[in-house]
Design a protein around this ligand. Sequence first.
Ligand code: GLA
Length: 364
Amino acid sequence: MPVLVASAPGRVNLIGEHTDYNGGLCLPLALPQRTTISLVPRTDRALSLSSAQEEGVWEGRAEDRPDGWAAYVAGVVQALRDDGHDVPGFEASIDSEVPVGAGLSSSAALECSVATALAALLGLDLDDRAVRRELAEACIRAENDYVGAPTGGMDQTVAMLARAGHALLLDFADGSATPVELPLEEAGLVLLVIDTRVSHALTDGSYGNRRSESADAARALGVQSLADADPRRIDALDDPMLRRRARHVVTENLRVLQAVGAIGDRSWDALAAVLDASHVSMRDDFEISCRELDLAVETARASGALGARMTGGGFGGSAIALVPRAVVPDVQESVTKAFADACLDHPAYLVATPGEAARIESVS
Ligand code: GLA
């Protein structure tokens, strides 16, 4: 039996939050931190799964619908079978560098590592972008229908299609994915991820509430997707909460375009200003920030970051800050001190250099 080793990255979103399921734009990049799976096929349909980050071994079949982390693996198996692939059982061990609950898409990294290993086993051509898209779609269905997290498609799409050194402009209106070169290093800048250690979960209802409020706002505005709403009509919405939700989505979509323009012009101050505006919109209009994220963003700004915002689904997780390389230690020290002064847990930091998409590491 072959041993297939595959890996897939976590992601951080530069800008464009809660726009994916609203038919809009976002600009994520793959992290250098990855989840790796080592998979050996079996002659039956049983799964035997272990993870270096979790206790015990899960054994069963995809139809058993496990809870917890095993569901992301079994969900991908089920989704690929639903697509007509003859996926055998397997033994797999998983190891991940992507922090869980930090808003950095550890679940998409796990799903996409499984899908990539199985694609190689099934003889699918991972150099074909259409195959990668099909795998991303299977991972999205695993998350939505099997795990039951009502997420959009940003995380799995970037994990399957990312390009090193680039962010990926995703347009959920036409399905396009366009690499955008992100030469932060030559600009002397670092994209610093600040993990607040406030664990966020996409299955706890808050994320789903925003999704249904967005659908309500789209309905009230008579549009299929909220990202298409006419900004002038939003102010006329009766419900102030729906007005705020719609305003976030429509203005965030514009900010993604502004960010792409600023990156193209190598105008880093302009990019930073758009990041700042995005945070304000998520804090005040979409109401998905929290005290810890606001503190991380404000302290990073006050200690030398050019701009900062929370990233990902919200209600905890991580913030990002665009920081001149020389002041990264100052920013980290200031944020750590601000958290200690506020009696909060010690935050964690990572540097987001744009990494590669899911890949096969070895077949032996
Ligand atoms: C989570 C979801 C994504 C996206 C972001 C918010 O990461 O998985 O689909 O909606 O939140 O932008």
